[in-house]
Design a protein around this ligand. Structure first.
Ligand code: SF4
Ligand code: SF4
Length: 75
C-alpha cells in the first residue's frame, strides 16, 4: 500500500514580509528562500521555491510574525 503525501502550496505577501527568515529556517523541505530584490519597505522578502517539495505542513505560516504566509493543501 502506498502512503499519499499531501501536496501543499503557499503564498507569501511580498509587501507584508519583513525578511526575518523564520520561515526559511523552519521549512523542513527547503521550499522558502529570500529574494535578492527588496520590497517597498526595503526588506528582502521570502519567496516560495521548490514548490514540488511542499507538503502543506503550515509550519512556515505558524512561525511568521507578520502573518504573511497563506497555506493551501491539496489532499
Ligand atoms: S507548508 Fe511546510 S513544506 Fe510548505 S513551505 Fe511551508 S513549511 Fe515548507
Ligand atoms: S517568517 Fe514571515 S516575515 Fe519572516 S521572512 Fe518569512 S514570510 Fe517574511
Amino acid at each position: 500500500m502506498q502512503t499519499k503525501v499531501k501536496k501543499g502550496q503557499i503564498e507569501i505577501q511580498w509587501e507584508k514580509c519583513k525578511g526575518c527568515k523564520y520561515c526559511v529556517l523552519t521549512c523542513p523541505k527547503g521550499c522558502i528562500d529570500i529574494s535578492p530584490e527588496f520590497n517597498s519597505s526595503g526588506y528582502y522578502p521570502a519567496v516560495f521555491v521548490n514548490p514540488q517539495n511542499c507538503i502543506g505542513c503550515a509550519m512556515c505560516a505558524v512561525v511568521c510574525p507578520e502573518i504573511a504566509i497563506e497555506v493551501f493543501v491539496e489532499e
